[in-house]
Ligand binder design. Structure first.
Ligand SMILES: [Zn+2]
Length: 301
């Protein structure tokens, strides 16, 4: 059995989840391959994912890609789209209207990646290169892309970032949710944390999007940060509840003049005490500092 098969699993009909280790982020990232004639790649990940994707495709007997679809233009989800577009010149890269300019000219994405992951981020995440205009396709909200009879509905899902979209696979009633429904903490049971990454996070819009996605009555959620969730209704409720509750707590602590470290401590204790979940330090500081940025931006503190 090739080594790649230990990282890859069929999670729904013809949908394979490939787990890419990203040591600098202390986690794995879930890339999804759909095995239709001319395959579909959802959430391609950073460029260090490319050799894994090639191996995975080989193991599945997939020779080409019709579509490459990142849910949004953050490096962990979309850093590899330029590299992959070069490797698969027949593929179209589907990006949100507000993400298209970053696919064509990734200089701002490179700049923000440098700020977060260091000037030499390429050694940890791989390079970020442009996609040619001819390969970029900008869908409309709710547009349905059909491959071999399989219908993928592209739904704009702002809140985490204004240019976030999700992909609803009608054949399995599954949502490739990107960061629109939070990220799942590593715990015995899936526990959703708000993904508040600055500068694009907007809590009100995030919650509206969650409701909109719940109304689709999905049967399965395909997370990128986290695994695959069946019977998602309760999980989406919990994601919305956590977003509201954690937001209120961070805001209250900020109003009381607490420092970032103290607020992180409060949230760490609260989540462990109430849910028995020990959240990764990097996830804790991400969502707390994201909220702090957001409440300050809104002028609420
Ligand atoms: Zn993101």
């Amino acid at each position: 059995m090739p080594e790649i098969m230990t990282r890859m699993k069929e999670v729904a009909e013809k949908i394979y989840r490939l787990e890419i280790p990203i040591p600098i982020m202390n986690s794995v990232f879930g890339v999804y391959l759909i095995k239709e004639s001319n395959g579909i790649l959802i959430e391609p990940g950073p460029s260090i994912a490319v050799p894994y994707i090639q191996e995975g495709m080989k193991a599945l007997g997939m020779r080409d890609l019709a579509y490459i679809i990142p849910t949004h233009m953050h490096v962990d989800h979309a850093g590899s789209i330029g590299t992959l577009a070069h490797l698969f010149p027949g593929a179209k890269v589907l990006v949100h209207p507000q993400g298209a300019k970053h696919a064509l000219d990734p200089s701002r994405l490179i700049e923000s990646t440098r700020i977060v992951w260091g000037v030499d981020f390429e050694s940890d995440l791989g390079p970020i290169v442009p996609v040619s205009k001819a390969q970029i396709r900008v869908p409309e909200n709710n547009e349905v892309v059909t491959v071999n009879g399989r219908e993928l509905q592209i739904i704009f899902a702002p809140g985490h970032a204004p240019h976030q979209m999700v992909i609803f696979d009608r054949s399995v009633k599954g949502i490739f949710c990107g960061d629109a429904l939070g990220l799942l903490a590593q715990s015995a049971n899936p526990f959703p944390l708000p993904n508040t990454a600055p500068p694009g996070f907007d809590q009100d819009i995030y919650l509206q999007t969650m409701q909109k996605l719940r109304n689709l009555k999905p049967r399965i959620l395909f997370y990128s940060h986290g695994g695959v969730v069946e019977e998602p209704d309760g999980l989406i409720s919990m994601a919305a509840e956590n977003t509201l509750t954690f937001g209120k707590m961070v805001l209250q602590a900020l109003k009381e003049g607490k420092a970032l470290e103290e607020i992180i401590q409060i949230m760490r204790d609260y989540i462990l005490g109430n849910f028995g979940v020990r959240v990764l330090e990097s996830d804790l500081s991400m969502f707390v500092s994201g909220y702090v940025f957001y409440f300050k931006k809104k002028g609420m503190v």
